[in-house]
Design a protein around this ligand. Structure first.
Ligand code: 1HN
Length: 349
């Protein structure tokens, strides 16, 4: 709104004061902020060092059990979104610890979750009674409204990154949750059953035992042992994309779309010495360093990258990666949700 004469301004202020008790406010004072010409995220580019964060998580492990906490997680809270339990405006992330012998009890909720394993091997998450035995850098999904519990029968701590669409579901006021009456949901299928059926770009031919999983979400385990060689194979055969390096998106075999309705996830390999050209996109993204060393430059700020570093890159901030050694990244964002709403944009310089 353009500048106004003092007299007009004071009469308007008087009007606003009288309107306020009626819960009425003037659009013309806020219009430009409401419909910004370009995204202007309140989120801030930020990085969490794994070892530092892990120290606090292990201290929490001394003080509260997984069962007491229901989920023993330290939230990665974006410094620009205090108190919102959000790492980007639409997504939540946290580091979850399951100590040897612990069970995080069964529950289900409307929110979709992914787990990206950072430490430990052999604990499992069970989805609707089917265990996925987890190894480092496996991606495991908990699609919305599926019963899930986590257990660690090993003798070492198990730590993973949780990514959920909590702020998105909160935005729609569509949260539902319930607890299962027992600690664990009854096991109904052998471990790895859905991976065997749907994990290799094949599916069982229809029959009485063929479709155990919900039709829209058959697969929930994407092991490192499968995706890591796929990146190498891509790098061996394809040119390096100047903005992405070698990048592969995880797919839902039901429809060839993103892994879950609100969350997309991908992995990238940047060859040693490779630097990406600047790229910005409307999907604020959480990156995890899987292997290698290098740096990220987000809006001109350089963030050193070392294994298991977690980086939040807000919407529409210029992002560049530089690989000193071969650099492997995992990333997740709300890209698929934005595409469904015809909001997604990217700009590659
Ligand atoms: C949840 O259910 C899990 O199941 C982790 O492991 C983190 C954060 C907020 C709400 C539900 C889990 C969560 C969560």
């Amino acid at each position: 709104m353009s500048a106004l004469p003092n007299d007009q301004r004071s009469q308007l202020e008087q009007l606003y004061a009288e309107m306020e008790p009626a819960h009425l406010t003037p659009l013309w004072e806020v219009l430009h902020a409401l419909v910004a010409p370009t995204p202007n995220s309140p989120a801030i580019a930020h990085a969490w060092d794994y070892d530092d964060s892990r120290t606090y998580l292990m201290r929490a492990g001394d003080l509260i059990s997984a069962e007491q906490a229901e989920r023993r997680v330290v939230i990665l809270e974006n410094p620009g979104l205090p108190g919102q339990s959000a790492i980007t405006t639409s997504l939540y992330a946290g580091l979850q610890l399951i100590l040897p012998g612990e069970v995080a009890p069964a529950h289900r909720h409307a929110q979709c979750a992914l787990r990206f394993v950072l430490e430990g091997e052999g604990a499992y998450t069970a989805i609707d009674g089917e265990k996925a035995i987890m190894r480092p850098f496996d991606l495991v999904l908990t699609p919305g409204w599926q019963w899930h519990d986590h257990s660690n029968p090993t003798d070492k701590p198990m730590i993973w990154l949780d990514g959920l669409d909590i702020p998105t579901v909160r935005h729609f006021d569509a949260s539902f949750a319930e607890k299962w009456p027992e600690k664990q949901y009854p096991e109904s299928v052998p471990p790895g059953d859905s991976l065997a059926r749907y994990g290799r770009n094949l599916r069982p031919i229809s029959g009485s035992t063929a479709d155990r999983r919900p039709k829209h979400q058959p697969l929930f385990h994407y092991p490192y042992a499968e995706w890591r060689p796929a990146l190498d194979a891509l790098a061996a055969s394809a040119e390096t994309d100047p903005h992405l390096g070698h990048a592969l998106e995880f797919l839902n075999p039901a429809d060839g779309g993103a892994i879950m309705p609100t969350i997309s996830a991908h992995v990238r390999l940047l060859p040693a010495g490779f630097a990406t050209r600047p790229r910005r996109s409307t999907d604020g993204t959480v990156f995890v360093v899987v292997e290698g060393a290098g740096s990220a430059m987000i809006d001109g700020v350089t963030i050193p990258l070392t294994p298991r570093k977690i980086v939040a890159a807000p919407s529409w901030r210029s992002v560049e990666f530089k690989a000193d050694t071969p650099l492997v990244l995992f990333g997740f964002s709300d890209k698929t949700a934005q595409e469904k709403l015809h909001l997604y944009k990217e700009d590659c310089a």
